[in-house]
Design a binder for this molecule. Structure first.
Ligand code: NAI
Length: 646
């Protein structure tokens, strides 16, 4: 009966209202995330001291109804007797249910209005609260199949419509049979009673809806499992609201990224897999094959080899600041956008640096160490305040500049050196050379990035330039400092104290021993790369990176991307967005526009940005167009990736 539908309705086609499919949708835990009776219980039993016991009883009765120990009608009678609902409770219930409509239903509102004639809501629940919730989606009152409460004069629910088949076992099938719909029937629901419709021979297909609850007994019997309505619409080529079901976008999160990130990405509808540790290259090469979005921290190496296996990868989120662990050139060549969290842990690093400066300038590491050995060494010798001291910041980026502000507030005189032109904050003084900075500073702190050319930028020569008794900090990257030179300078007391958080070789995990020439030096604070490791920073990162990844997937925005030209795009309204990533060679934009012109396509908005390697062109066009255009755009030479969003 449904022959031809697939040809008629490719995803971007206008919906075909003449389809002979009927969509029968369950209400509790499908249309809404919750069971309406659970919400009702919270309202009617709000002030009841036995609320918990009664709710438990209600659950037991529901279970008995499900496993057949009680008939559905008996279970309904008993539950209503315990719940004691009244008419006055209904508006509150409706309000709460409206807030709890399933996310994928909310984002596919267009489906409900386009197919209003063919959509039925079926429930053993009650019209009084179902109707106000679903009518907002354009569902017709006559297409709502539910029971009705019977109220007394004071508004108490005293019974239900016992003539309604939905008050009995097998009621859903019976109601559908009575309707005798003249076409294919597709049922979507989370419960066994929904599957029973198919089992009774009254539906062509049953889709187990698992966005809110997954019941193995139901999923195992389904023709398809639909983790969201998006998936159902995609399978049936009915989706008008989104171009691709989000549950088909697989996200792999490694290295114990913050739970907030997992929650956010799951709430967006992605299929998320997360692991506490990293993966070795060969494991990752295998695992990455079906992954669309990869989330890592600083340990996982995303090598050329890994990327060669990443057939579906669209984006990488580095849940940290540095991105040296990712082969950015290869990712760019393959049109994979990389995002990081450049300022989410800035404050944490700055606080540690301040604390360490104070500790070192007072000789605390040594004094504390001696106390642990039973030595009382009370003296002011070699101990100073930080007020009035000259702080020399090397690298005036996110961290360096924030440290500048805080240190100045503590009374330090701030000097900085950066290879790029940077605005001096507060009263900070810019130095014209590294030598100038090092030669005047009482405290030197490194906050440069980890680019290769910064390897050993602080070596013997640079220590020679420093003042005798200098305090030295490295919380940037290990390879920036020649560790042997630092050791010698601490041993000779040229450096009066140092704090090092980052090392050229860092253990891969907490089981590997830490080996370094800096171990055992006097007045030296060694920390295991924890400058940015605070609960606050982790949570900031856990929010920031998913935000960037979701923006990129949903709108094409690349703001703050490490390797893509940065474009911040408006949200898509009533248009389709063509996203074209190509090698940066001349003439591609002209070719794109030529294809669009030849096909009579009206451009609603166009954005182009390039970097050294790639060009990124976004074109918003009117929704109605010949789909051949897509093929032609894909075929343009030097295209790396192309996708359509709507
Ligand atoms: P950023 O990129 O905002 O700033 C780096 C600054 O250093 C830039 O202004 C750049 O122009 C400058 N720079 C680079 N090479 C230079 C050179 N040779 N001479 C002078 N200036 C140079 O980076 P952000 O966010 O401030 O981070 C700084 C460093 O801190 C990075 O290496 C990062 O990996 C590290 N970091 C360490 C953490 C830890 O847990 N210890 C946590 C967070 C960041």
């Amino acid at each position: 009966m449904n022959i031809g539908l697939h040809q008629l309705n490719s995803p971007a086609d206008p919906p075909d209202l003449k389809t002979n499919k009927y969509f029968v949708i369950d209400f509790d835990s499908t249309f809404t995330k919750v069971e309406a009776f659970d919400v009702l219980a919270d309202i009617t039993l709000k002030d009841d001291p036995d609320k918990a016991a009664i709710k438990k009883k209600i659950t037991e009765i529901t279970d008995k109804g499900m496993n057949g120990t009680l008939s559905f009608r008996e279970s309904l009678e008993q539950r209503l007797a315990l719940l004691k609902p009244e008419r006055k409770h209904i508006p509150q219930l409706v309000k709460l249910l409206k807030d709890q409509v399933s996310e994928s239903f909310k984002r596919n509102k267009e489906f409900f209005s386009n197919y209003a004639e063919q959509i039925y809501i079926i429930s053993n629940g009650f019209r009084e609260f179902i109707e106000p919730v679903v009518l907002e989606f354009g569902i017709r009152p006559e297409n709502i199949l539910a029971n009705e409460f019977i109220f007394d004069a004071s508004g108490k629910v005293i019974d239900f419509n016992r003539n309604n088949p939905l008050s009995e076992n097998g009621g859903k099938s019976k109601r559908l049979q009575e309707l005798n719909l003249p076409g294919d029937i597709y049922v979507i629901g989370d419960g066994y009673t929904d599957y029973e419709i198919k089992h009774a021979g009254l539906a062509n297909k049953f889709y187990a809806f698992t966005e809110n609850v997954e019941r193995e007994s139901v999923s195992s019997k389904a023709d398809h499992v639909a983790p969201s309505l998006d998936e159902f619409l995609y399978l049936n080529k009915l989706n008008t609201a989104i171009s691709y079901p989000k549950n088909r976008i697989s996200v792999l999160l490694l290295e114990n990224v913050h739970p907030t990130a997992i929650e956010l990405l799951k709430a967006e509808g992605f299929t998320v897999e997360s692991y506490p540790a990293g993966l070795e290259e060969d494991e990752l090469c295998e695992k990455i094959k079906n992954i669309s979005v990869l989330g890592i921290r600083s340990k996982t190496q995303v090598t050329k080899n890994v990327l060669e296996n990443a057939n579906r990868l669209m984006a990488i989120g580095a849940f940290c600041i540095g991105t040296n662990q990712i082969n950015l050139a290869e990712a760019t060549r393959r049109g994979i956008a990389v995002f990081n969290a450049p300022f989410s842990n800035t404050r944490s690093v700055v606080e540690l640096a301040i604390a360490e400066i104070v500790m070192l300038i007072r000789n605390i590491p040594d004094k504390s160490g001696r106390m642990h050995q039973g030595q009382w060494d009370k003296s002011a010798k070699g101990s100073f305040e930080i007020r009035g001291k000259k702080l020399g910041i090397v690298g005036y980026g996110n961290i360096g500049s924030q440290l500048s502000v805080l240190a100045e507030n503590l009374g330090m005189q701030v000097y900085y050196y950066d290879r790029e032109e940077k605005l001096a904050l507060g009263n900070a003084t810019k130095c014209r050379s590294l030598k100038e900075l090092l030669s005047i500073s009482d405290v030197v702190t490194l906050h440069v990035d980890g680019r290769e050319s910064n390897t050993n930028m602080i070596s013997r020569q640079q220590f020679d330039w420093m003042k005798k008794g200098v305090i030295f900090l490295n919380l940037s990257r290990g390879h920036v400092v020649d560790v042997a030179a630092l050791r010698d300078n601490v041993e000779s007391s040229k450096v009066a104290g140092c704090a090092v958080d980052v090392f050229p070789h860092e253990p891969i995990d907490n089981n590997e021993p830490f080996v370094s020439e800096l171990k055992g030096l006097r007045n030296t604070i060694l920390t295991p790369h924890i400058g940015g490791s605070t609960a606050e920073a982790q949570e900031n990162i856990g929010r920031f990176v998913p935000g960037k990844l979701m923006d990129y997937i949903n709108t094409g925005s690349t703001s703050n991307s490490v390797n893509f030209p940065n474009l911040t795009l408006p949200t898509l309204e009533d248009a389709h967005r063509l996203i074209h990533i190509h090698r940066n060679v001349p003439g591609i934009l002209a070719q794109i526009n030529q294809v669009l012109a030849e096909n009579g396509i009206n451009i609603a908005g166009q954005y182009l940005k390039t970097n050294e390697h790639i060009g990124y062109v976004i074109t918003d066009i009117n929704k109605e167009y010949n789909k051949e255009v897509i093929k032609k755009l894909r075929a343009i030479e030097h295209t790396i990736k192309f996708r359509v969003l709507y």
